[in-house]
Write a new protein. Sequence first.
Length: 404
Amino acid sequence: MLRTIATTVTAALVVLLVYTVYLAAVSDDLVVPSNGVIGKAAVDDPAEGNADLQALRARTGLQRWRAESGPSPEQSSPAGAPSATRGAGTPADSADVARLDGGARVRDWLNREAGQSGLLQAPERVEGHTTLPGPVKDVFVQPAGRDWRSARNGPIVFGGALYMVGVLTLLAVFLAIRGRVPIKEGFSGRSVRRFDAFERANHWMTAVGFVLLALTGLILLYGKSLIRPWLGPDAFGDLAEGSAWLHMALILPFALGLIGMIVAWLWQNLPARVDLEWLKQGGGMLRADGPNPPADRFNAGQKLIFWAVILGGITLIASGVAMMFPFLWAGYAGMQLAQSIHAIVALAMIGVIFGHIYIGTVGMVGAFDAMWSGRVDRNWAKEHHSLWYRRLVGSEQPPSRPAE
């Protein structure tokens, strides 16, 4: 039954994976304004209809380097080049843009009079004076910002989606083929303590914090495309604002959880020679017969997850704090780098946690008890953590016999 469900889920995930690839192939980096306000009423996309989108696309193209895009809207176009506007508010003819490729446009400009050489100026910041506090707000145009936006809306967004759906697909395929990893000797009916109350409480605080951070972060990253179209601008605006505040508030319990994990488990998660053999055999989960490779209290797979969470979590906290206090110690380039690193590391950690949740719940019989009750069956401990189990059993005092 479980394998049948896993097979059905696999088929659905493959369809979703193909659809994500299709969206990535047909998408562009055009950023359409959303959640605009006209008067006192919130509206959806201010650019509505094909004509408005054509004009917005043409104007977005003009923001690129002028050797690739053409003159600014305030200047007349060279002969043969497409005009940005035709009259007040009239969109450019997209057919003109298609007919004149970038190379021909550059060659045409280079052959023109020196008075038009300003059209070929290199990318630069356009600065002015504002009444806003902070000198960084005097920068009106920053070409590197458009590169960041293009990377954020392209490789990061679609790459992250493909990665997450791909991990879920692999897990579903593994479950459909392998099924749940059983306790080979069955339940013994006797248990041993695996985690104490502090370890379990700290784990669940960190886990719940990360799940909420992931959900609110995904809303901010993907909500405009996936949620706003059916939820509407007003409700999505409230959802996004609430997600942003909750996302920032959750830094505290998540950070405390990381500290607790370091204090409780750091020394037990240092690499050891026995981990190499565990990795070579895939933890014994790829085959149904034979003994599992030896492992201490934490096997190599759990150690990898531990270090991914610790190092990734520290990176997320550092980059997140940088974004919470913009321009306090970083300029434009630093803020763009912090946002990109934050998104990439967060998406990578989500995929890692998918695997962790799978093994700890449906993937392995008896594993969930370790963090739920703190106790595991003796046969489970002996099969999956034999070195730790032997040491634990050896330290147990045999029951005293009653005096005869």
